[in-house]
Design a protein around this ligand. Sequence first.
Ligand SMILES: Nc1ncnc2c1ncn2[C@@H]1O[C@H](COP(=O)(O)OP(=O)(O)OP(=O)(O)O)[C@@H](O)[C@H]1O
Ligand SMILES: [Mg+2]
Length: 368
Amino acid sequence: MAMRNQKRPVLQMKMSSLESFLQQEFGPGARLTEAAEMGAESQGMKDFGYGKPVSISFELGGEPRQVVLSTMRGDRYGHQYYWDRAAILMFQFDSGGRMEKHVRPLALGYVDEQNNMIPVVDPKEFFIIHERIQGYDYFRDLERIRKNGLEEEDLERTREFARWLARVHSEKNDDPDLYLRRIRNLIGASECIFGLVDSYPHPYEFFSPQRFQAMEKRLIDWRWKLRGFTHRLAAVHGDFHPWNVLIQPDGDFRVLDRSRGEWGEPADDMSTMSCNYLLYSLCIKSAMHGDFERLYRTLWDTYLDITGDREMLKVAAPFYVFRGLVIASPQWYPSHSPEVRKSLFSFMENVLSDEQFDYVRINRYLNG
Ligand SMILES: Nc1ncnc2c1ncn2[C@@H]1O[C@H](COP(=O)(O)OP(=O)(O)OP(=O)(O)O)[C@@H](O)[C@H]1O
Ligand SMILES: [Mg+2]
C-alpha cells in the first residue's frame, strides 16, 4: 500500500500527435508501437491524461526504444499556471543529465491548444521525455521491511544511497546568492514550507494556528542563522524520497525528479530520505526503533563517515520541517493515525528549538 495520495489526471493529450512528435524529435523513421499510463494495465492506443507518466515504446531503425513522457499536474503549491510547470520541466531537461544515476532527459515539448504535441508556438502545457529504466519504486522495499523485516541487502542499499549522496554533494559552488535563494525558497516558496502550511486545513485539529505561527516565527530566525553557511552550497538532488528512487533488477538504483535547482544545501537530501524512515517507524509504534532505526542510523552514520560533514547537523532543522510538513500532510497522506501526525508535529517543533540536530537521539524530539 502506497501512503501517498495520487491525484487523477484531468486533461487529455492526443495519441495521434505522439508519433509525429517522436519523428520530429528522434528522426523521420520513428514508429510508435505502444503508449500507456505507467502503473495501469496496457491501454493500447488510448489517449492519455496529464499528470501521470506515460510509458512509450517505439522503433527507430529496427531498434526498439522505451521512453517515459511526463507532464506535471497543476497544484496549489505554486504550479497553477502552465508556465510554472514549464520552468520546472525545463530545469529537469537541462540538469537531469548532469547528475550521476539520474534518468537521462531526451526531449522537451509542449501541448498546444488543439492538443497537438510539438516542439514551441501557442503552448498550452509542457512535457518532458526521459529514458525509461527497469525497476520498482524504493517505497516497495520499505513496505516489505515493515511486513517481513530487514535483510542485509537493505542496509547495503542504504549505505549505497549515502555513498552516492556524498559523491553528489562533494561538488561545491561558490555562489552565496544561490544559497540564500535556496534558503529563502525553503521557507517562503509555495511548494516549500509556507506553501505547505497554507495547504493545511484551517484551523487544523492536530496543530493549532498558534503553533503554526510560532513555528513560522522560529523559521525566520533560522533563515538568518543559515546566512552564515553560504559556503555549504553544493550539488543536490532536491527531492530524494522513496517514490523517486527506482531499484534496478541488478540491485543498483537510479533516481527521478531532480528538483528546485541544481545547487542547494546537502541537508535537504539527507533529511528527505531519513524522515521517511522515521515515518515508516512511526507507523509501527510511536518511536524511531527497530529496522527503520537501523536504516536511519546507517544512512546518517555512513554519510557522516564519508563526508565528515558534521556541520550539516547545525543546518538540518528547517529541512526536516519542510519534509515533516509533507509527510504529516492530510492531503498527501490521508490515512495516518492521529498519533503519527502528533509525533511528526512535535518532531518539527522540537528540532527547531535545538541548536544542532542530535540525530542519534532522535526520539527525544518526538514527544510534545
Ligand atoms: N524514466 C522512467 N523510467 C521508469 N519508470 C519511471 C520513469 N519515470 C517515472 N517512472 C515511474 O512512474 C512513477 C511516477 O513518476 P514521477 O516520479 O515522474 O511522477 P510523480 O511521482 O507523479 O511526480 P512527483 O515526484 O513530482 O510527485 C515513478 O515512481 C516510477 O515508478
Ligand atoms: Mg516523483
